[in-house]
Write a protein that binds this ligand. Structure first.
Ligand SMILES: C[S@@+](CC[C@H](N)C(=O)[O-])C[C@H]1O[C@@H](n2cnc3c(N)ncnc32)[C@H](O)[C@@H]1O
Length: 245
């Protein structure tokens, strides 16, 4: 593998992801979790903007049917701030939050499951591991949320992940996720956010390619926005719905 520097934004057309990709991504997030979380806290605005778009379509305590239970899966939840926390602020929501990184989940546990137990204790399940290895019965969730996380899968796996998400959603369920707006067969960086421990990987099908794949798995795209983040990188935000039938 050719060595890349932090400034390299090249993707390779015929790219094979490293076999130990997941363990390397995990090791990096385990090492840089506090640094990443501090850096990314300045990017909360788009997260909350699109989360509110999802929430406005779900039965929340502020809507007309406040007691309807809502079950949400969050993939790559990180430290749980601000997204998992906001989901849990609705007392009718139960959240299953997954992340590959034990350090991120330890931070999520501390901030979302305080001791003594708070009101969200019984409504949050934290699951450590690769999102692609998760297994749920069909039609388990009302919504699946994945912010800045599916981008860390090799892009063939992103399509597999979309198929799994559709199967796990109840009829009429929602998925909110963001993806790379740029087409990336695979992009590696040696030193993302940390000079020694920041090896990182991203990939994506680009705006049109991703939207097409979302439709191909059977979802109706309701919101499709390409937005420049504060880091000078564009992300595709998708809010999509599984049909009722
Ligand atoms: C860029 S951070 C985003 C965290 C959080 N969603 C947010 O918006 O701040 C990506 C997160 O995805 C997790 N992640 C990366 N690859 C993953 C995988 N294959 N399965 C589950 N989580 C993964 C990382 O550990 C990290 O916490």
């Amino acid at each position: 593998m050719a060595k890349q520097t932090t400034s390299s934004l090249d993707s390779k057309p015929l790219y094979n992801p490293p076999a130990d990709l997941k363990s390397r991504v995990k090791a990096s997030y385990d090492a840089i979790a506090p640094k990443y979380n501090k850096w990314t806290s300045q990017h909360s605005t788009p997260r909350l903007h699109y989360l509110n778009q999802l929430l406005s379509r779900l039965p929340t305590t502020t809507s007309s049917c406040p007691l309807t239970p809502v079950s949400v899966l969050e993939l790559g939840c990180g430290c749980g701030l601000p997204v998992t926390q906001k989901l849990l602020s609705h007392p009718n929501f139960s959240v299953t939050a997954n992340d590959l990184s034990s350090a991120q989940l330890a931070l999520a546990r501390t901030s979302l499951l305080p001791n003594p137990p708070g009101p969200a204790h019984d409504r949050l399940t934290l699951l450590e591991g690769d999102m692609l290895a998760l297994d749920f019965p069909p039609a388990t969730f009302d919504a699946v949320v994945a912010m800045y996380s599916i981008i860390h899968l090799p892009r063939a796996e992103q399509v597999e992940m979309l198929h799994k998400i559709v199967a796990w959603l109840k009829p009429g369920g929602w998925v909110l996720a963001n993806f790379a707006a740029e087409e990336l067969a695979g992009k590696e960086m040696q030193n993302w956010l940390d000079e020694d421990k920041g090896w990182m990987f991203w990939s994506g099908w680009g705006t049109e390619g991703t939207a097409e794949k979302v439709r191909e798995v059977g979802l109706e795209v309701v919101v499709q926005d390409t937005v420049e983040d504060m880091v000078d990188v564009k992300f595709l935000w998708i809010l999509a719905r599984k049909s009722n039938s």
